[in-house]
Design a protein around this ligand. Structure first.
Ligand code: UDP
Ligand code: MG
Length: 148
């Protein structure tokens, strides 16, 4: 089944949104496969955002990600990459729909609370970077109440 990498950024942690965000993914029916609460260093943040290294906001983005602890997670489910991005909302929170995480809880693009992989192949790369030890193998007992 498809997996995605989700990270609650330092502002989401500081603002007490960890439980709310996890709850939204749980209530949708997605399944938690890995979770850790960590501080990342600059080289690691630069690797995570390597595709954006030429962007003018890259340095500020890396500073933001290393500014405090983050919650790194792997979520699994049918269509979880694209639907996870829908739960998260548009990159610029002022353009994110109400009902999305960024639409409900953020204002500035550089303080947009959460990261989610943008495609299945980037999810695979990000999961390997953040969880080289692998994820937890289990199946929820609710599986047959969520999938037909
Ligand atoms: N970002 C920023 N300024 C911009 C565009 C992006 O600070 O003009 C930050 C923002 O935190 C965003 C992250 O860089 O979440 C990664 O950008 P991307 O385009 O991949 O957006 P995302 O996939 O997070 O929606
Ligand atoms: Mg992105």
């Amino acid at each position: 089944m498809e997996q995605t990498f989700i990270m609650i950024k330092p502002d989401g942690v500081q603002r007490g949104l960890v439980g709310e965000i996890i709850s939204r993914f749980e209530k949708k029916g997605f399944s938690l496969k890995a979770l850790k609460f960590v501080n990342v260093d600059r080289p690691f943040a630069e690797k995570h955002y390597a595709d954006l290294s030429a962007k003018p906001f890259f340095n500020g983005l890396v500073e933001y990600i290393v500014s405090g602890p983050v919650v790194a997670m792997v979520w699994e489910g049918k269509g979880v990459v694209a639907t996870g991005r829908k739960l998260i909302g548009a990159t610029n929170p002022l353009a994110s729909e109400p009902g999305t995480i960024r639409g409900d809880f953020a204002i500035d693009i550089g303080r947009n609370v959460i990261h989610g992989s943008d495609a299945v192949d980037s999810a695979t790369k990000e999961i390997a970077l953040w969880f080289p030890e692998g994820v937890v193998h289990w199946q929820s007992s609710l599986h047959s109440w969520i999938y037909e």
